[in-house]
Write a protein that binds this ligand. Sequence first.
Ligand SMILES: [Zn+2]
Length: 87
Amino acid sequence: MENQDATTQTNLQTVRDKIKSKKNLEIDINFSYRFIDSAKKEINDIEKFLWNNCQHDWIHLDDGDYYSKIKYHCSICNLYKNGYMYN
Ligand SMILES: [Zn+2]
């Protein structure tokens, strides 16, 4: 009986540890999502700036997609020739 109590106690501790680990991982995931959102926003701002400030050198974009609406990209900043994407 004493042995069984010890096992129950160990299990209880393991359960508590797992709950704590899960919570920490969830916090990490939320932190990562917020980081991704802010990095995406920063990339958008940079692309907007590049669209307006780079002396674009448009070259034909050969991405193998014949039906693609985007036919050019800039050899300097690498943006696609589609202002709609950056405004
Ligand atoms: Zn450019």
